[in-house]
Design a protein around this ligand. Structure first.
Ligand SMILES: [Zn+2]
Length: 387
């Protein structure tokens, strides 16, 4: 491949650069990034807007496929679907299931991650969750944290080169054994997200404060709402966020969290601590109808996924990372640089992916070309055009 260059509006971590140029080197990394006036190479191809490729750390499926089945081909199909929509890096998220099924799913995800896929690992979202705040997780598969089970996940996720596929685990901090499990996971380099929880504000805040890389799993969803006399995990999370003491996932799709609430969370953030996540399930990018999320039956109506339980619960999202960024900017009035960071550099930093996540010299050329309306028009991964 020969070097090439693109010219347009660049959304960098430092701000928006109008009339910028970005060079894609033959080795698939980013070369020059700067004003067009400083570029002396070949004539660049004009585009509207360029941002780093999106990173989604909470994604169960999409395009009619799911990452939970234990079938590597299904994991690859989910990755391909989201990649076509601008997600150049993702974690495959597993829902609560019996241990052998989780182990099989982790092995399938590991086999795909080893191929250099956009799936770089997995997020085990259940089974260590509060039954009363389980959302779409099957109550039959919830259990208390245990070091034996975690050891089985980590063994299934380790490849020959010593890399670990299990990169994130969500747990409810009030469960017996949760603190020891969090300690074990962090010692193994795994990010611990706190969520699907019945903890009160104090308990949740203390648990957050004890983590090395604190993260709140989909803030507002899977926990009690903010109430001025029962502040709960939301108050503790926003307080920690305001101090820069935690990162928070946010499903900013206009369904799980209202646009005004999204605006509030970004206003509280002192900078780069919000992580946009799709929580996408099998029906992302698919028509309304009946689907499955793990062992749970789900119906999608008007793009909203609900469990077939009484009462119904939201059962994951049907959007892609690109839809969240667009929604933040267009509907929620979030600063575009902050919205893009929440889907690129912030999740990259959280996962320790220092080779990607922004438009900067030397990083992988993972790019999305956007139009004026923040819709993804083209996608590049590692210097190769995907679409
Ligand atoms: Zn969840």
């Amino acid at each position: 491949m020969t070097a090439s260059a693109l010219a347009g509006r660049l959304v960098t971590t430092g701000g928006v650069l109008d009339d910028g140029v970005l060079e894609v080197r033959p080795d698939g990394t980013i070369g020059y990034v700067g004003p067009g006036s400083g570029w002396s190479g070949p004539t660049p191809e004009p585009v509207d807007t360029l941002a780093a490729g999106y990173i989604d750390i909470h994604c169960h499926g999409g395009g009619g496929h799911t990452v939970t089945s234990g079938d590597p081909a299904e994991v690859a199909a989910v990755a391909a679907h989201h990649l076509s929509q601008g997600t150049t890096t993702m974690l495959a998220s597993l829902v609560s299931a019996p241990t052998p099924e989780l182990v099989a799913a982790i092995e399938a995800i590991a086999s795909i991650a080893e191929t250099g896929s956009s799936v770089v690992g997995c997020h085990v979202e259940g089974p260590f969750l509060d039954p009363a705040h389980r959302g779409a997780h099957d109550p039959a598969h919830l259990r208390n944290p245990g070091s034996d089970e975690i050891a089985r996940w980590l063994a299934a996720g380790a490849d020959d080169a010593g890399r670990q596929t299990v990169r994130m685990v969500t747990l409810a901090p009030e469960l017996p054994g949760a603190a020891a499990a969090a300690e074990l996971l962090e010692r193994s380099g795994v990010v611990v997200g706190l969520g699907h929880t019945g903890a009160d504000a104090r308990g949740f805040g203390e648990a957050l404060g004890s983590l090395r890389r604190p993260l709140v799993t989909h803030l507002f969803n899977g926990m009690e709402p903010l109430h001025h006399r029962r502040p709960g995990p939301v108050a503790a999370s926003l307080d920690a966020l305001a101090r820069g003491a935690t990162r928070v996932e946010l499903i900013a799709d206009g369904v799980h969290v209202a646009d005004e609430t999204v605006h509030l969370v970004f206003a509280v953030d002192p900078g780069r601590h919000v992580v946009l996540v799709s929580d996408a399930m099998v029906a992302a990018g698919m028509p309304d109808g009946d689907y499955e999320l793990g062992s749970m039956r789900v119906r999608v109506e008007d793009g909203r996924a609900w469990t077939r339980t009484e009462p119904p619960s939201l059962a994951g999202g049907t959007s892609h990372a690109a839809d969240l960024v667009r929604r933040c900017v267009v509907q929620a009035g979030v600063d575009p640089v902050a919205a893009v960071a929440a889907a690129t550099s912030t999740p990259a930093n959280l996962l320790g992916l220092d080779d990607r996540g922004s438009l900067a010299t030397g990083l992988r050329a993972d790019l999305v070309v956007l139009d004026r309306d923040w819709r993804v028009r083209r996608v590049m991964r590692g210097g190769d055009w995907i679409s």
